[in-house]
Design a protein around this ligand. Structure first.
Ligand SMILES: C[S@@+](CC[C@H](N)C(=O)[O-])C[C@H]1O[C@@H](n2cnc3c(N)ncnc32)[C@H](O)[C@@H]1O
Length: 365
C-alpha cells in the first residue's frame, strides 16, 4: 500500500450521487460516477467532485475504471444496481421484472473480479440476499480472496428520518471487515423538514423551485383535509372513500393517502413519493403531498443539493424517480465511515507488524 491512505472510488449506477455524496462526507475521494441516465450528469457533477460518464455498465471495460484509479492503490468499487426485480412489491406481485436488471449485478461482479479493487460495496433491497445471484456474487468475491460481510441496515438506526431497510455488502482484500450495529439517535420528519416555507398543493417556493408540491384534485384535497397524521382512509367521511378502499382487498393498503407524523420517521421514499395517492406521502399538517425538496431531505440530501440546473423545468416524474431511487446520503456516509476506519485499522496493524519485525531483526544481530 502507498502512503496515501485516501480511498479512491468509482461509483457504478451512480444516479444523482446519493452514495457518492455520503462516501465523500466520510472522506472517500469519489473520482468517477457511471450511469446510463443523462439526467444524472448535472446533480452528480454540480454537487460532487466526481466526473460523470454516461454509459451502460454492461459495456464498461475494466480499463475505464483502472484509468480513474491511476496514482492510488486504496481503491473502492461501489455499485448499487437497480433493485426493482428484488423489491418485496414485485416479489409479492410475482412480477420478477426484466432479467436484464438481474444481469447488471453480474456485470458489476465481472468488473470487480477483473479490476480487483481493494474494497467493494453494494447496496440493494433486502430480498436480494436470498437470491442465487447474490449468493453467487458473495461466493465469487470469497474465491477471489475478499473478506465479505453483509447486513440489512435500518435507516432509523443510522440517523435517517425514514423507515428504509437496505441490504449493504462490503468486501475487502486488506483484511476481515464487518458492518457494525448502528445505534444513532432517531431523527424525525419534524427534525428534517419543519423549517421549510409553507406551500400549497400545486405551487412552489419562489426561493427553491424544488420545494414544489404536486397539484391535487378537488376530491383529493377534501381527502387530505380529512386525513389525520398517521391515520388512514378510514378517518374519512364515507363519500370520500374510494371503492377500492372499502372492498376487503383495498383494506390491505391502509396507509395509501395517509399523512406523515411529525414525530416519527417517514415511510420509505419511492419514485412516486410526491403523490398523495401513492403512499403515506401527505404532509403532516399542510393540505398537500410532500414536495420534491422534502422528499430529497428525507433521503438525507442537504437542503441545497441541486438536482437540475437553475431555471430548468421541474418534472415531477423525472425528479421523483431520481430522488426515490437514490441511496440516502447518510447510508453512503455510514458505509464510507466503515471503509475509512477499516483502511486505517489495517494500516495500523501492518505498521505494528513491521515495527515488531524490525525489533526482532535488531535482537538477532
Ligand atoms: C438505485 S439507482 C442508483 C442510486 C445511486 N447509486 C445513488 O447513490 O443515488 C440505479 C441507477 O442505475 C441506473 N442504471 C440502470 N441500468 C443501468 C445500466 N445498464 N448501466 C448504467 N446505469 C444503469 C439508473 O439510471 C439509476 O440511476
Amino acid at each position: 500500500m502507498s502512503n496515501n491512505l485516501q480511498i479512491a472510488a468509482v461509483d457504478l449506477f451512480c444516479g444523482v450521487g446519493g452514495l457518492t455524496h455520503g462516501l465523500t462526507r466520510a472522506g472517500v475521494d469519489v473520482r468517477l460516477g457511471i450511469d446510463l441516465d443523462p439526467a444524472c450528469r448535472f446533480p452528480m457533477e454540480a454537487n460532487n467532485a466526481a466526473k460523470f460518464m454516461e454509459a451502460d455498465v454492461s459495456d464498461i471495460l475494466p480499463s475505464d475504471i483502472l484509468k480513474a484509479f491511476e496514482d492510488t492503490d486504496v481503491t473502492l468499487m461501489a455499485g448499487c444496481a437497480p433493485c426493482q426485480p428484488f423489491s418485496s412489491y414485485s416479489q409479492s406481485a410475482r412480477r420478477k421484472g426484466p432479467h436484464d436488471d438481474w444481469e447488471l449485478l453480474s456485470s458489476f461482479s465481472s468488473l470487480v473480479l477483473s479490476v480487483r479493487p481493494k474494497l467493494v460495496t453494494m447496496e440493494n433491497v433486502p430480498p436480494l440476499r436470498t437470491q442465487p445471484i447474490f449468493k453467487e456474487f458473495v461466493a465469487d468475491l470469497v474465491d477471489a480472496g475478499y473478506y465479505v460481510d453483509f447486513a440489512v441496515v435500518d435507516g432509523r438506526h443510522i440517523g435517517l428520518p425514514q423507515r428504509r431497510q437496505r441490504l449493504v455488502l462490503i468486501a475487502s482484500l486488506l483484511g476481515p471487515i464487518t458492518i457494525p450495529e448502528a445505534a444513532k439517535p432517531r431523527v424525525t420528519v419534524r427534525d428534517t423538514i419543519s423549517d421549510l416555507a409553507p406551500i400549497a398543493a400545486g405551487t412552489a417556493d419562489p426561493n427553491d423551485p424544488l420545494h414544489a408540491s404536486a397539484s391535487l384534485s378537488d376530491l383529493n384535497l377534501k381527502r387530505i383535509q380529512s386525513s389525520k397524521p398517521g391515520g388512514t382512509w378510514r378517518d374519512w367521511p364515507a363519500d370520500l372513500v374510494a371503492a377500492c378502499h372499502s372492498r376487503a382487498s383495498g383494506s390491505t393498503y391502509p396507509s395509501v393517502y395517509g399523512r406523515m407524523e411529525w414525530d416519527q420517521a417517514a415511510p420509505t421514499m419511492t419514485t412516486q413519493c410526491y403523490g398523495f395517492g401513492n403512499g403515506r406521502f401527505g404532509h403532516p399538517e399542510q393540505d398537500r403531498a410532500i414536495s420534491l425538496r422534502e422528499a430529497a431531505m428525507l433521503q438525507s440530501f442537504p437542503k441545497t443539493y441541486a438536482f437540475v440546473p437553475k431555471d430548468a423545468r421541474i418534472n415531477f416524474n423525472t425528479l421523483g424517480r431520481m430522488i426515490g431511487n437514490a441511496v440516502p446520503v447518510m447510508l453512503g456516509e455510514f458505509i464510507g465511515e466503515i471503509l475509512v476506519e477499516h483502511v486505517q485499522a489495517q494500516t495500523d496493524a501492518m505498521a505494528k507488524m513491521n515495527t515488531a519485525d524490525i525489533q526482532s531483526e535488531g535482537q538477532d544481530l
